[in-house]
Ligand binder design. Structure first.
Ligand SMILES: [Zn+2]
Length: 335
């Protein structure tokens, strides 16, 4: 009887841990990566524009100064964008909603393309965003002007070396080779190496344990301060299992340390680079720390990956400090 009770308790607890732990649904969907990174790239580009509007003489290649005049306002709204994913079908992959305190970007699993064309999400966000600010102008043209300004700022060396990733030029999309299990394993190992390389560059600051020099947002900084050592070990040692199942998402794992990560050759069709794979590994590894929240796992992966690009999502300290505040009381000329 005693044995039975113990066995029963074990089965009951382990099955409930599995039910809670496995995060199914669309969690490890590569499109989340594309959208989260695109948001970072876009906000970063807007912060570059603020910088350009401060210190650069852009007249030679910027006859249209509308965008630059609005740089600060655009940046303030851009940095308030929040991402949400829904299972509902909607008219477009991205629907943007301006609210009093933020901008909600709602993406739809049912409506966003998979595989994703290169730079699809950057352009989708930019097009929707500019349409709100310049309803009378062709969004594609505004986007082109935007790129021209950033390109010009770069050419005049008035942006920092680390700012060169503003808006990537469109590139031809190449289909992935994540289709057979042998290829898949070597692609995953390349992704792991990539993730390890980035993680190894993240070191505590002099005051012991904080990572503020990387401009992580507060909750993610706290998480890394608490968990970075274990996180590194986890990425080094965790097991990847590849299957051909037509699962709900590209990858899945459970919320316990040491849990394997499952990848589907049917669903991971959007892996284009080892950075893509690294992002998914970082996302799933975050779940191993008992974290269910998809948005938080996306945030950890994205903020870590942003280090590799040498860019900071938020403005550098050459900007007015009031840029950090969201109360709108600050003007562009404040220093
Ligand atoms: Zn997830």
């Amino acid at each position: 009887m005693k044995t039975f009770l113990i066995l029963f308790a074990f089965v009951a607890s382990s099955s409930s841990a599995f039910a809670q732990g496995s995060h199914g649904g669309n969690g490890g969907d590569i499109r989340r990566f594309r959208a989260a990174r695109a948001r970072s790239v876009f906000v970063h580009a807007l912060s570059n524009m603020v910088e350009a509007s401060h210190g650069c003489d852009l007249s030679p290649w910027n006859p249209n100064k509308v965008l630059l005049a609005d740089a600060f306002k655009l940046y303030q709204w851009g940095s308030r964008t929040k991402i949400r994913w829904t299972d509902m079908r909607q008219s477009q992959c991205l629907v943007m909603q301006f609210r009093p305190a933020d901008v909600l970007l709602t993406f739809s699993y049912a409506s966003c393309p998979l595989p994703t064309p290169k730079n699809f999400y950057v352009q989708a966000i930019a097009a929707q965003f500019f349409k709100q600010f310049y309803p009378d102008q062709n969004p594609a043209q505004v986007f082109e002007d935007f790129r021209t300004i950033l390109g010009g700022a770069k050419a005049s060396h008035c942006l920092h070396e680390s700012d060169i990733h503003a808006i990537p030029a469109p590139q031809t999309y190449k289909p992935t080779s994540f289709t057979n299990q042998l290829n898949a394993i070597s692609i995953l190992e390349a992704g792991r190496s990539f993730a390890r390389r980035i993680l190894s560059t993240i070191v505590p600051d002099k005051n012991g344990g904080a990572f503020n020099q990387y401009q992580f947002t507060q909750p993610i900084n706290s998480f890394l301060v608490r968990s970075k050592k274990t996180f590194d070990q986890e990425v080094n040692t965790e097991r990847f299992i590849v299957n051909d199942d037509d699962t709900a998402s590209c990858s899945v794992t459970s919320t316990t340390l040491g849990a394997p990560i499952y990848f589907s050759t049917k669903k991971c069709v959007d892996f284009q680079t080892d950075a893509d794979v690294a992002w998914v590994i970082l996302h799933e590894t975050t779940h191993h720390f008992g974290i269910d929240a998809e948005t938080f796992a996306d945030g950890v992966a994205t903020e870590i990956m942003n280090i590799d690009d040498g860019f900071l999502v938020e403005p550098t300290n050459t900007h007015p400090t009031c840029l950090w505040g969201m109360n709108g009381s600050c003007t562009q000329s404040a220093e």
